[in-house]
Each structure stands twice: as C-alpha cells, then as structure tokens.
Design a protein around this ligand. Structure first.
Ligand SMILES: [Zn+2]
Length: 286
C-alpha cells in the first residue's frame, strides 16, 4: 500500500514484567506461613479489582505513552517532506530506542495495558509501548533487532494483504516475531478507513485478517489499530463484538464511552532528535 505513510499503528511492547512479578511475590510473602499456596494466590488476586473499570475510570487513569512507527529506513531524494514524519532513518531509530532504555523506560504489551486500564493491575516503572504499523520489512530487520538490544518487546499491526509482498514481512517473519514475545495485532486487510466500513467489511477487513494472523501465530489476535488513526464512535462497540479487547488511534481525543477502543499513540517522526521524542512523550501523555 503506497500510503502506508499515513497509517497508524498501535503497538506496544512489553518488557520487564519482572517488576510486576516481584511486587506480587512480596505480597505473598506477607501471608502467614500456615496459609496454603492456593489461598495466597487468592489474596493476590483480591488485591486487584476484579470488576472492570467504567469508561470514566479508564479516562481518569494516567495514560501510558504509546509510540507508533512506520518505515525505518534512510530517506531518499524522492521522499516528500511530509513522508519524513513516517520514515525514520535506522540511526535515529537506534538512538531513540537507546534513549528510552537509558531513561529507564520499560516496554509493556497490550495485555498489560488492558489489565492496568481495566483492572488496576500494576505496571513496571516508566511503562511505554512501542508499536509498528503496516507490515514493512524493515520493522523486522531493523526494528525488532534494535528492541532486542534493550530487552524491549513491541506490537506489530499487520495489514494482511501485504504479507509476503516485496518490502513487507512474510508469514515466517511474523511468526518469528510472535514466538520471540512480540505481539501481532490487526491493521485490517488492505488499510481501508474504518469510518468507511460497509457491512461486508466486517468480514473482509476484520474477521478474515484476524483468522489469517491467528493461523500464522497460533495465538489469539485481540488488538487493533485504525488505518490513518481514524475511528468512528458509532462502530466502536462492534470491534468488541468481533473479539477485540482494545484498539489504538493516533494522537486525537479518546472516545468518552469507549476509551479502551481509542487508546492514543504518538508518531515518533524521523525528523525528531531523541530529546524531541522525550519531550513529546511527556507532553502528550498525561
Ligand atoms: Zn497503517
């Protein structure tokens, strides 16, 4: 798709869930020694809210920064200036990811974000999610490699029509990312604008791509990123009905009734310095 440029992707990455694990372990240690293991598990469970948060409660929580990347390659003379927002040179990408690691950020994945927003589950310190949209091959060759240097994990929003085409990832590469602990998520079949979906698009753009990705990864696909970042309030409930737990927009406003289906992300433009990115993260996510 030529205009992957505008696409949005949501993504997120997770890492160090060790922080969560250790805090739970700490709680278990406070339980009297004559309490059975299963009882201690229950105590830990009870410390989290078992009731899903209301929309207002989700919106009131501190937002977790979510970054969105598209192409990771050097600029060409033929690229427009506008395209430089969505094309980040590998050297810049490497510096930006290193800055996140040096600044103490820990990548999280969508399930962790969902459990935090919905059930109050604890996140590691300085959580951030790193997402990639549109299936570009350089996300596999450059993106995942840079994340690995820092123990980071990411989220890859795949538009299934492009799988196996030149300059895009193939099935084996997508499977490998999934096996390594990254999350594979949906970005429609051919990048059709969600606001323009017809009835039949729920099969073409949603259900079939989900099945394709689940067949490739052997895992459930439960997260979605809107092409171009464009959602449509009237249809958000349908994503839930079609099996999604959450969906990602870009830096526009969240829907007051469906905040889990309008989770915000910012693009890290190729023109940014690492300092620009750091400032943008702190300004955009309150
Ligand atoms: Zn896209």
């Amino acid at each position: 798709m030529k205009s992957t440029l505008l696409k949005v992707a949501a993504f997120s990455a997770l890492s160090l869930s060790a922080c969560i694990g250790s805090s739970q372990a700490g709680k278990e240690n406070t339980i009297a020694t004559d309490v059975s293991a299963s009882a201690s598990t229950n105590v830990v469970k009870d410390s989290l809210s078992s009731k899903a948060a209301t929309a207002a409660e989700v919106i009131a929580k501190k937002e977790v920064p979510v970054l969105c990347y598209h192409q990771i390659r050097d600029w060409k003379a033929s690229d427009s200036k506008r395209a430089h927002d969505d094309i980040i040179p590998p050297a810049n990408f490497s510096q930006h990811i290193k800055m996140l690691a040096d600044s103490g950020y820990h990548t999280i994945l969508p399930d962790e974000l969902y459990d935090y927003l919905n059930y109050g589950k604890k996140l590691p310190e300085k959580p951030i999610m790193i997402t990639f949209d549109d299936t570009d091959l350089d996300q596999y060759t450059v993106g995942a490699k840079e994340l690995k240097k820092h123990g980071f994990k990411g989220v890859f929003f795949i538009m299934t029509v492009s799988i196996g085409r030149p300059r895009y990832m193939n099935k084996a590469q997508i499977k490998e990312l999934s096996d390594e602990g990254h999350v594979i998520a949906s970005h429609t079949w051919n990048h059709k604008n969600f606001a323009q979906f017809t009835d039949e698009d729920w099969e073409i753009q949603i259900d079939k791509p989900t099945k394709t990705l689940e067949t490739i990864t052997g895992k459930k696909v439960e997260y979605f990123a809107y092409p171009y970042g464009v959602s449509k309030a009237e249809n958000l409930h349908k994503l839930k009905e079609h099996g999604f737990k959450a969906a990602f927009i870009l830096s526009t406003k969240r829907d007051p009734n469906y905040p889990l289906f309008t989770i915000r992300r910012i693009i890290d433009p190729g023109t940014y310095t690492a300092r620009n990115l750091y400032n943008s993260i702190n300004k955009s996510f309150k």
